[in-house]
Design a protein around this ligand. Structure first.
Ligand SMILES: Nc1ncnc2c1ncn2[C@@H]1O[C@H](COP(=O)(O)OP(=O)(O)OP(=O)(O)O)[C@@H](O)[C@H]1O
Ligand SMILES: [Mg+2]
Length: 351
């Protein structure tokens, strides 16, 4: 028997029987851990349920209503609703038995040309099931397809256009070759606004019966940066720790330092000198479980909210952070790089 962190529980069984409250808590923890992922459970099932993405939703609603559409390409950052929209549209068009007329492939797993060609051919050979006018082939994460596979795909898309519609999704439309883009209606998904993330996390929290404090919901929106998957995942992780989700739980479980902690570090650089600032940084890394690149990224985002640093200094600091970030990614030693950054901040900001 193990606890939530995977460590063996000392005499777990007997101890648990003697402590009904503890038993309840354990049950809750394992429920939250073992139950389905909340991102899946609360994935919109119909185009009309998708949050934000107003222009995308209004166009897709017309397709859903007419049960007809051209090949589609969904492009945009992670966690913004591309896979959700593809599945929701499929369900709206085909109804309950949508699986009969859907071939779903993830191009990250099936990057090779032959696999795709043979699967598509086999699927497209037969007539659509029921009274559907066409079948849908959903190629998720299609920017992972090799160039050769994409080259062949454009031919396949034409060959089977009568009986099949393709929906492609990708993070970077620049990685999808032009001839494919020109065969598709292209939809650009945007990072969701904070207010949209806020609405959805509140909705999920109430469906899951967890108490989400207002500033905790705001923290979730802030760390998500428009990625709703990240917000809902952070919500579920926090819910495993406590029934009432507070702002500090959100920050501590999502490897994100709260703005005030970052401000304190900057203040220490300005007022207290190198050694204090360095210590503060180390405390921050330990408390929130940050890697060096996380810290630099978060500090960079927060820099523009600091009002006692001049515009010119902010520009210089941005360059310093970019340099340190690059060095860290290239394998530079974390401690020495972060110390170098602190040293530069202290030199620049000290009174
Ligand atoms: N616009 C949205 N409205 C409602 N829920 C959303 C939206 N976007 C994302 N979600 C939630 O986040 C989860 C992940 O979204 P989805 O799989 O659609 O992301 P994606 O855009 O396909 O990302 P990736 O590029 O990583 O594949 C969904 O299951 C859903 O719970
Ligand atoms: Mg996706």
């Amino acid at each position: 028997m193990t606890d939530s962190a995977g460590a063996p529980l000392k005499g777990g069984g007997i101890w648990a029987r003697k402590n009904p409250i503890r038993m309840l808590k354990d049950a809750r923890h394992s429920l939250v851990f073992m139950s389905e992922l909340w991102v899946e459970r609360h994935r919109p099932q119909s185009v009309g349920e998708i949050r934000g993405q107003a222009s995308v939703v209004s166009r897709l609603s017309v397709y859903a209503e007419h049960k007809e559409f051209p090949h589609l390409l969904f492009a945009g950052p992670p966690g913004t609703g591309k896979t959700t929209a593809a599945m929701a549209l499929t369900k709206d068009v085909f109804g309950e038995h949508y699986r009969d007329n859907l071939l779903e492939m993830n191009a990250s797993d099936e990057r090779g040309l032959d696999k795709i060609r043979s699967k598509v051919k086999q699927f497209a050979r037969t007539q659509p099931y029921g009274d559907a006018k066409f079948k849908i082939i959903f190629l998720d994460e299609s920017d992972a397809l090799t160039n050769d596979a994409q080259g062949a795909l454009r031919r396949i898309m034409e060959q089977y256009a009568e009986t099949c519609r393709f929906i492609l999704s990708c993070n970077y439309s620049s990685k999808v070759i032009e001839p494919i883009q020109s065969r598709c209606a292209v939809f650009r998904f945007r990072p969701l606004a904070d207010s949209e993330v806020l609405d959805q996390v509140k909705h999920v929290a109430s469906e899951e019966n967890v108490e989400l404090e207002d500033d905790a919901a705001e923290a979730l929106a802030k760390i998500a940066q428009g990625d709703l998957r990240r917000a809902i995942t952070a919500l579920q992780v926090s819910a495993a720790i406590s029934e009432t989700i507070t702002r500090s739980i959100v920050y501590e479980t999502s490897a994100t330092a709260p703005p005030e902690a970052l401000h304190q570090y900057i203040m220490a650089c300005k007022d207290d000198g190198f050694h204090v600032a360095r210590r503060r940084l180390q405390e921050l890394l330990n408390k929130y479980g940050l890697a060096g690149t996380d810290f630099v990224g978060q500090l960079h985002r927060e820099l523009y909210n600091v009002d006692f640093i001049s515009e010119m200094d902010k520009l210089d600091l941005t360059e310093i952070m970019a340099e340190v970030d690059y060095r860290l990614v290239e394998g530079g030693g974390e401690k020495i790089q972060l110390d170098a950054m602190t040293a530069k901040l202290v030199t620049m900001l000290r009174n």
